[in-house]
Design a protein around this ligand. Structure first.
Ligand SMILES: [Zn+2]
Length: 103
């Protein structure tokens, strides 16, 4: 018969890593987690990539809107709001995807 495990935190020793899986630095981390410096480096790269991707795509959108823009002032306002929303959403999506892919 198997002996019953009586620890209040079962498998606690197995859920801790002693080095970062990305850089190999000696730190005490939960299983699968990255060290603070690796997370900061990934966040910086993701932010930079998000700025570039959303900036370029927004620039292309602005060129398209300026070419196709009707003379109506309400249409100009809606287009301007659309461009701002496009920049914000594309920046968020690219940063999130970059964070997932780089880690
Ligand atoms: Zn690391």
């Amino acid at each position: 018969m198997l002996r019953r495990f009586s620890s209040p935190t079962p498998f606690a020793g197995g859920l801790v890593e002693h080095e970062c899986p990305r850089c190999g630095r000696e730190v005490r981390l939960p299983l699968g987690a990255l060290c603070g410096e690796c997370r900061a480096q990934i966040e910086r790269k993701a932010r930079k990539l998000g700025r570039w991707a959303s900036g370029i795509s927004t620039l292309l959108l602005v060129v398209y809107v300026l070419i196709r823009l009707p003379p109506d002032p309400y249409a100009r306002l809606v287009s301007a709001v659309g461009v701002v929303v496009w920049y914000l959403l594309s920046n968020l999506v690219v940063r999130r995807a970059a964070r997932e892919l780089l880690s």
